[in-house]
Design a protein around this ligand. Structure first.
Ligand code: ZN
Length: 149
């Protein structure tokens, strides 16, 4: 485990401000994990620094990383645990939250949607299929437009 990079801390700070979240989060840079993850009960978000750097090369706007971190922050906001039976519903809620945050920060959802399309496991016990996830991201985005654009 290592300290997080400054740009990741900065993104999390901005996302937290956008949803007026006051809880303290612990951010861990962990090269051994394949994907970012949240430990909701401990307010911990872990990410793979190499993966994030690669994503920022592909998407220099940073919106993919914002979407991923937004998703994890919503898991913590709703204290969502992985072993819930409603795991698909919780994932879709976190995706909607990510869409909402992307809108709030003036970004679009295209790059984050692509990341989901390419990377997420389709229709497994832990994750709903990609089409439903992308639909949730767009719904969160549209919901935010009503209030803030
Ligand atoms: Zn999730």
């Amino acid at each position: 485990m290592f300290f997080p990079e400054k740009y990741v801390v900065d993104i999390i700070k901005i996302v937290k401000q956008s949803i007026q979240m006051r809880e303290t989060l612990v951010i861990l840079a962990d090269q051994t994990i394949p994907y970012a993850a949240a430990q909701a009960s401990k307010n911990v978000i872990s990410y793979n620094p190499q993966q994030f750097r690669q994503l920022c090369r592909v998407d220099p706007t940073g919106s993919t990383v914002v979407g991923i971190l937004g998703h994890e922050i919503f898991h913590i906001l709703f204290k969502q645990s992985r072993n819930s039976k409603k795991t698909h519903t919780l994932e879709l809620l976190a995706d909607a939250g990510a869409g909402w945050i992307l809108c709030r920060l003036g970004m679009d959802t295209k790059n984050f949607e692509n990341f989901i399309r390419i990377n997420s496991y389709s229709n497994t016990p832990t994750h709903p299929d990609n089409m439903r996830r992308i639909d949730a991201i767009r719904k969160g985005f549209q919901e935010c437009i009503k209030y803030y654009r």
